[in-house]
Design a protein around this ligand. Structure first.
Ligand code: CIR
Length: 256
């Protein structure tokens, strides 16, 4: 069960952030509206939110998930792989430290983006991506092992369609992984129930279990129906403006 989440309001320069997709320029009014509805959904799921002010120094700073990995025992501050995002960690630190007395920090030359880290019970999958390098993965695994978790890496550097590991897989509790079709045959997933996501619906693979609900992007009817059929309670959200900046649903919050 999660009790809290940290989010950050998108800044007026949101459209200046990094992106690899060609889906058009995000419309600020819609960005803010979609973000507000996202926050409402988290509250509906029972979370108490810490809502941080927009940070105009960092256009991507609404994607707070990339700045830290939170476990019940400790917070591990990341070191983002994109230079323009480095300062986001310093900026979020006080908000996280209000709730955590035990913290670790990924150090140079290691890089880790939180979007590459998928918690699956007592095991963590760490994506090796263009943002998370081997040194960062190794430092993170050492921290997680010290906290009693196991960890393994999944190399997504050859996949052009995803930015982070969690753009392609999500753990939604009940031993169940939602996974993009292209990744479903990975032997590391064999002990899980798999909800396979077709290529046409692959953006939907980035979803989040928050207490009784599974939050996922609107517009993926097959995935939504599949989750329902398996007894999950999907709650769909408009994500179009975040998708334009390579953002998935999970990256808009730090949940703990
Ligand atoms: C970036 O490229 O870093 C941002 N525009 C999007 C980050 C999305 N993060 C995530 O999915 N965890």
């Amino acid at each position: 069960m999660f009790k809290r989440a940290i989010v950050r309001i998108p800044g007026s320069n949101f459209a200046d952030g990094l992106t690899t997709v060609d889906l058009g320029v995000p419309k600020l009014e819609e960005v803010l509206q979609q973000h507000a509805l996202y926050c409402d959904a988290l509250r509906e799921c029972g979370l108490e939110l810490t809502v941080l002010e927009a940070d105009l120094r960092h256009a991507d700073s609404t994607f707070v998930e990339d700045t830290a990995v939170l476990t019940p025992e400790a917070a591990i501050f990341c070191r983002p792989g994109a230079a323009s995002r480095e300062g986001e960690v310093v900026a979020i630190r006080p908000a996280v430290e209000r709730f955590y007395s035990s913290t670790f920090t990924i150090e140079a030359p290691g890089t880790v983006d939180g979007g590459d880290i998928c918690e699956a019970g007592t095991h963590f999958f760490i994506g090796l991506s263009h943002r998370t390098n081997e040194e960062g993965a190794s430092q993170l695994a050492t921290c997680l092992n010290a906290l009693g978790y196991t960890a393994s890496t999944i190399d997504v550097r050859g996949m052009t369609t995803i930015l982070h590991l969690k753009s392609g897989i999500s753990y939604i509790e009940d031993n169940t992984l939602v996974v993009m079709e292209e990744m479903a045959s990975n032997p590391q997933f064999s002990r899980f129930e798999l909800v396979r996501v077709s290529v046409e619906e692959s953006y939907g693979a980035n979803c989040v279990r928050v207490n009784d609900h599974v939050l996922l992007a609107e517009g993926f009817p097959r995935l939504t129906a599949d989750l329902e059929a398996r007894g999950f309670k999907p709650l769909t959200l408009k994500m179009s403006e975040f998708q334009k900046m390579d953002g998935g649903l999970s990256c808009l919050s730090l949940r703990f």
